[in-house]
Design a protein around this ligand. Structure first.
Ligand SMILES: [Zn+2]
Ligand SMILES: [Zn+2]
Length: 312
């Protein structure tokens, strides 16, 4: 007998695929979308994503340039969870704000980072988002070893104070700009192997970042090689999201500048691999490419990606 179709909503949890989707879409839709603005309220992101037919979406859980915000109200949470189109998105997840640095050397900055991350995890959990993408941190001159140590301690502290929160932290691969850590797969693997609750960590891979960090993914063969390396060092079973971005900067530049798909230094090759590889099918893939309010650029990039999926 055929297994009943389900949709993964949270860590390990599944729920039946809505009937109308079953009839209208292939058995496993490609989880593809973009980062969406929460201007006007967190619920607004859902309608924006669906207006351009996203099946996956990334969002902030509050203003991304501020440390703190008043808690989400019951009403805001309900409006989000009960949004008519929420079930049309097979994956919705969060990205942490850009101020957090778990390796901060300044005491106040570090304290703010811990509190801010904790509050965002709580917000993401209330919105039933399975994970919050986080850049591991920048050592600011303290050195790689000390930086990684501080990040691990911080993660332990945050998780131990929030035992009931189901939302995980997805450590993101970074470009290694300045003193940012996470530009080598080994660093992510090291953090995961040394924290007290590794099962609460997972990983998000950003194509522009790994390229800028020095992993050549500009050809299909080199992209496959890099994914094999990621699998060997970090493990593909830990991969929960992919940021699909081309790069304005070259391989190894360690400068983080996103570009439209196929228009940057990377080109379309790794995107064809990602869109075609069955192992990535159930992993949400989202754009973080430049765009205006009308989302025309997202539509263009999604079209490019869909045509790559068809032309394997
Ligand atoms: Zn990011
Ligand atoms: Zn980036």
């Amino acid at each position: 007998m055929k297994k009943k179709e389900t949709v993964k909503r949270r860590n390990g949890e599944t729920r039946p695929l809505p009937i109308r989707r079953l009839a209208a879409s292939p058995i496993h839709p490609i989880l593809l979308g973009a980062h969406m603005s929460i201007a006007g309220g967190v619920n607004m992101a859902i309608g924006r994503a669906r207006s351009i037919n996203c099946t996956a979406m990334q969002m902030f859980v509050k203003n991304n340039m501020q440390w703190f915000a008043r808690p989400l109200t019951r009403d805001e949470i309900r409006t989000f969870l009960e949004h008519q189109q929420r079930s049309e998105l097979f994956s919705i997840f969060a990205h942490a704000n850009y101020l957090i640095n778990l390796a901060a050397t300044n005491g106040q900055f570090h304290a703010n980072s811990i509190r801010s991350l904790s509050e965002e995890l709580v917000r993401a959990d209330r919105l039933e988002l399975p994970f919050l993408v986080l850049h591991p941190g920048a050592h600011l001159g303290a050195g790689e070893e000390a930086g990684l140590e501080k990040i691990m301690e911080s993660i332990d502290r945050v998780f131990s104070a929030l035992p009931k929160i189901k939302t995980r932290i997805a450590l993101e691969t970074t470009a290694g700009q300045g003193s940012c850590l996470g530009n080598k797969f080994e660093q992510l693997a090291y953090i995961i192997s040394r924290v007290r609750e590794p099962e609460r960590l997972c990983v998000c891979l950003d194509t522009a970042h790994v390229f800028a960090a020095g992993y050549d993914i500009a050809s299909e063969a080199s992209a496959r090689k890099t994914f094999r390396e990621f699998d060997r060092i970090v493990g593909l079973h830990r991969l929960v999201a992919i940021h699909l971005n081309d790069s304005k900067t070259g391989c190894g530049s360690r400068v983080d500048r996103h570009e439209h798909i196929g228009k940057g230094e990377i080109g379309v090759a790794p995107f064809r691999v990602i869109m075609g590889d069955r192992r990535f099918r159930k992993i949400p893939k989202v754009l973080e490419t430049p765009k205006g309010k009308e989302l025309r650029e997202d539509v263009m990039n999604l079209k490019t990606l869909q045509s790559l999926a068809r032309n394997q």
